[in-house]
Design a protein around this ligand. Structure first.
Ligand SMILES: C[S@@+](CC[C@H](N)C(=O)[O-])C[C@H]1O[C@@H](n2cnc3c(N)ncnc32)[C@H](O)[C@@H]1O
Length: 276
């Protein structure tokens, strides 16, 4: 993936940005083959009729491999029209795959398995809480998020890296951690720098994304997070890096007025539910 964007250009990582990458064939992330850890994982799956989603699918060698193995219910989605036209043509005669042009965060559906392959790292880091919320939302009861996350830092992104230390609190309690270990079978250039994850949706919790307003510092974000964490039924909170969104995992649906009271220590901060 090219590292040609300044860090403050997160807002520009939109459809035009990604489409230009495909138009100019600047697709350095493209492995040209199914990622070996994901291939090995697919080989363990018994039920070929599960509903599978691959977000930010790119040329989706993973979908090709799934089809070769006889999987019958695959959906792939990508925001870049140039790419989607190519893969639509590639799979035009195959009824076991649905190719969608669209934004993952606007997509509606129910999936048993979501496959992660360099989609999370392509998103602005400020969207990580939204990714947790949306992925939980799209999974069926006991559904699984499986794939790879970078376990290293990059100077500039995309790709935006991270670490196990960061991912554990991010996904905590919204998902059961079946696996989060350094992949043993990454391609050589990514050796020891990827985590293979297998996270199962926690079906017994409510995961809600809220917009925050007025928070300017990490210290205030930390204080607000701690106050919310003390509320009855709250299991986890995670605030994004620019303090504009928070994902809250709880045993029951929280009362918005109570949440507002909890964070409005000096009246300057507001919280509202995000409905996409
Ligand atoms: C780094 S590429 C990875 C492509 C593919 N998964 C691979 O590994 O070759 C990231 C992909 O995510 C897509 N993308 C970015 N934001 C998206 C969004 N909000 N919804 C759907 N796709 C998105 C881009 O168009 C691009 O194809």
């Amino acid at each position: 993936m090219s590292n040609d964007l300044p860090n403050n250009a997160e807002q520009q990582l939109d459809q035009n940005y990604w489409d230009a990458k495909y138009q100019t064939k600047a697709t350095g992330w493209d492995l040209g083959l199914v990622s070996p850890p994901i291939k090995a994982y697919i080989d363990t799956l018994q039920d070929k009729n599960i509903a599978i989603l691959i977000p930010g699918c790119g040329n989706t060698y993973e979908a090709s491999y799934l089809l070769e193995q006889g999987f019958t219910n695959i959906t792939v989605i990508d925001i870049a029209p140039t790419l989607v036209k190519i893969i639509e043509e590639k799979f035009i005669t195959n009824t076991h795959i649905q190719v969608l042009l669209g934004d993952y965060f606007q997509h509606q559906g129910r999936y048993d398995l979501i496959i992660e392959q360099t989609f999370f790292c392509a998103l602005p880091p400020s969207m990580r809480q939204k990714y947790v919320w949306k992925t939980h939302d799209l999974l069926a009861e006991n559904g699984i998020l499986a794939g790879l996350l970078f376990n290293r830092i990059f100077n500039l992104g995309p790709p935006f890296g991270g670490s196990q230390k960061e991912y554990e609190p991010l996904f905590y309690s919204a998902f059961h951690f079946l696996n989060m270990d350094v992949a043993y079978n990454s391609i050589a250039p990514r050796a020891n720098s990827e985590l293979f994850i297998e996270l199962q949706k926690n079906k017994n919790v409510t995961v809600v994304l809220y917009a925050l307003n007025g928070i300017k510092t990490a210290a205030v974000a930390q204080e607000i997070s701690s106050e919310i964490a003390k509320m009855p039924a709250v299991l986890n909170t995670s605030i994004n890096i620019d303090f504009t969104e928070i994902v809250i995992v709880s045993e029951t649906v929280l009362d918005l007025k109570e949440l507002q009271k909890t964070i409005a220590t000096d009246g300057a901060y507001t919280i509202t539910t995000i409905a996409l």
